[in-house]
Design a binder for this molecule. Structure first.
Ligand code: C5P
Length: 394
């Protein structure tokens, strides 16, 4: 994972959003990062250091003159040890001091003394954000190479609505993970399908399958983190769209087919992860079928188009990646499918190993042979798949 083993300084400055920094801290730790929290004096008025100390398992640093540091140079020690500094929330006052290169408290001093990247998540009242002074400061910071995450628009703690809300912890986590991900697909246009399809029988019933969409969404996220412009054509799933991914929601295989074919010409990579129904109901009923209408209904099925095979058969196809979920004979079936659909890479997995779940075990089949990946969370496999695809692109 992108944040596994990373050492971060989480800077917290004085703003109501400081309470969200506690949630962010938890999420960073869950993602495998170790976190040293540094607070400004003003931040301690909103949330006490005790909260961050208890969550991070480390004393929180506030004071520039912290005697716990043997050489009395907390700002140097803390900034040298970090892979990145993330200040969330970053108040208008803190951004101003940062832009000026001031070093009158520990957090601003260690930011000035840093050798690692600095990311800030602004959070303030909308007027403060719109004030020309703040705009100027943010522009200066960007020119100085500081990465500015947000803010978002919405209702603010003061009751006003506008731009100035801190990004949600999950979005900050995602941006940080993307920041640490090598950009192996920089600028590539990736088109994908994910999830199940739903083939209507009547207005309330249909044929579908147990695909959760998790693998496809994990791949979309990994591709976006790796720098690709990702369009995800998704069947009905209960998942959030990954940050930065364009999602086209569809229901049936025919809708998925149309959405993909309209866009396949511009794609450099196509990854078909969706569990597309092989058949649809020939004529869906316009009204709800009644069970007391005599004999049980006979449902006539008709084949759906094979989206992946059609994309692969385009005159100038994108690099096509397919999936083969099988319950037995994985190698033989996956390789046969790869040849039949004329695709350079297929990802095989046994249904009992992960279909619908959070983990999976997969084998990649390409011209160079079979490449088994050990069982792992889908996020992890997705990253490995992206790293496998990147060098295969001409
Ligand atoms: O033929 P089969 O369904 O086993 O192949 C699975 C692969 O083909 C997956 O990548 C799936 O997304 C894709 N597929 C498709 N359109 C279909 C059926 C499968 O794109 N109608």
């Amino acid at each position: 994972m992108a944040l596994q083993g990373k050492h971060l300084v989480l800077g917290v400055t004085g703003g109501v959003a400081a309470y969200k920094a506690a949630v962010l801290l938890r999420q960073l730790q869950r993602a495998g990062a170790s976190v040293q929290v540094v607070m400004t004096e003003a931040a301690t008025r909103f949330v006490t250091p005790v909260t961050f100390q208890a969550l991070s398992g480390q004393p929180v640093c506030v004071d520039l003159w912290d005697a716990r540091f043997a050489n009395n140079m907390a700002h140097i020690e803390l900034s040298r040890a970090a892979d990145a500094i993330l200040v969330a929330p970053a108040s208008a006052d803190f951004l101003a001091r940062l832009a000026q290169g001031q070093a009158d408290d520990l957090l601003s001093a260690l930011a000035l003394a840093r050798t690692c990247p600095l990311l800030v998540a602004p959070a303030m009242n909308r007027q403060m954000w719109e004030n020309p002074a703040t705009r100027r400061n943010v522009k200066t910071l960007r020119q100085d190479g500081v990465l500015c995450l947000g803010p978002a628009a919405g209702v603010q703690a003061c009751g006003e609505a506008g731009e100035g809300r801190m990004w949600e912890p999950e979005d900050l986590l995602e941006s940080l993970a993307a920041f640490f991900t090598p950009k192996v697909l920089a600028g590539r246009r990736v088109l994908m399908t994910a999830g199940p399809t739903f083939e209507a029988i009547d207005p309330v019933r249909g044929i579908t399958n147990l695909s959760s969409g998790r693998m496809g969404y994990a791949i979309a996220r990994a591709a976006a983190r790796a720098g690709a412009a990702v369009t995800l054509v998704s069947g009905p799933v209960a998942l959030e769209t990954p940050l930065g991914v364009e999602r086209i929601s569809v229901c049936s295989a025919l809708e998925m087919h149309q959405a993909v074919m309209e866009r396949a010409g511009q794609a450099e990579v196509f990854i078909g992860v969706a569990a597309v129904a092989d058949y649809r109901v020939a004529t869906a009923a316009g009204h709800k079928l009644k069970k007391d209408a005599g004999a049980p209904p006979q449902i006539l099925l008709t084949p759906n188009p094979d989206i992946l095979a059609e994309v692969a058969a385009l005159p100038q196809p994108p690099f096509c990646v397919g999936f083969a979920a099988e319950s037995e004979n994985l190698d033989a079936y996956a390789e046969a499918k790869r040849r039949k659909k004329h695709i350079p890479l297929i990802v095989g997995n046994l249904i009992q190993d992960g279909f619908g779940g959070a983990q999976n075990r997969v084998i990649l089949f390409d011209d160079a042979g079979r490449h088994p990946l050990p069982a792992a969370p889908k996020d992890h496999l997705a990253r490995q798949l992206i790293e496998h695809i990147a060098p295969l692109l001409a």
